[in-house]
Design a binder for this molecule. Sequence first.
Ligand SMILES: C[S@@+](CC[C@H](N)C(=O)[O-])C[C@H]1O[C@@H](n2cnc3c(N)ncnc32)[C@H](O)[C@@H]1O
Length: 318
Amino acid sequence: MPYDCRQTIRRQIHVPKGGRRTGAGRPLGSGRFGEPARSVRVPLSLLGEVSELLAAHNRSRADTAASRIAAVDPTPEQLVLPRPGRALVRGPIGALELLAQLHAAGVKARAVVLDPMYRNKNVPGRAAYLAETIPLITAASQVAPHIFIWGFPESVARLVDHWPSHLKLEGWLTWFFKNAPSRSKSWRPSQQTCLHLRRRDGKLYPEHFYSEKHRALAAANRLEFKMTPYSVFQEALLSGFIKRSEQTGFRYQKPESVIEPLLRMTTKPGDLVIDPTAGSGTTGAAAVRLGCAALLSDRSAAAIKLCRERLAAHLDSP
Ligand SMILES: C[S@@+](CC[C@H](N)C(=O)[O-])C[C@H]1O[C@@H](n2cnc3c(N)ncnc32)[C@H](O)[C@@H]1O
């Protein structure tokens, strides 16, 4: 739709001291580069979307993970952590609350895996999605330098330009599966996205993917091309006869083989991995196999029970 200056509204965003009006149709602010505009003209066709984004932005400023974290008891009684190669399941507890407790207790993990929600008829709009996920990402980044957040591409895409500035997008990862049943009359959904966000101090271990031969060449400084893993994982959905022994019956269970590369790239044996939206405990299963310590939680009591059953042979007690 062509931009029509008459079809505009003015929204108050921020009024800098000494702000002045500039020419019609331009953002109104001090007019100096780098200073915030105090109002902008928005075409009516975009008004709904812009209002939603502004609401999310204002909410996340007022209700940041940091302020929620400050409200948490800074000395939670006896915070026990799992041993290397073992898992510990806590909860039911909300992801944000768990991360806040860990931060308050000074826990340092290596990676946090977040897999909070899917696109279905219950998934909220852009503003609600950002209001839920940005505080989670922020809180996760206070306990670990590597954060992975899963979702359908059209949900996860909403995060672009919104995660905290101390995190860098290390990888836009795709899980591609061919065996999804589809009733779609258009493109068949066959992928999920995982964003790898990294703090500056987050170490990467691409060498964990090298073969013996490549490792020897790398040690001699003779490895011409870095043999790092692809950013697309092709793994079938767990259904029917596919990896039957791995299936727990949990509807949203991911194959361990799509979590494992995330951990191999970012951890070494003995490191602590956290999944506060654990579902059936896939992150835990992959982590203990790699010799990491896994701390899992979920807000659902049924998920907690399932995690405990699945990881029974590897459980530490809280
Ligand atoms: C998609 S499933 C996770 C699947 C998991 N990766 C697996 O492979 O089994 C999402 C889980 O996150 C939990 N969840 C969603 N939002 C949460 C929150 N804010 N706090 C705690 N748990 C949450 C849900 O209860 C659900 O069990």
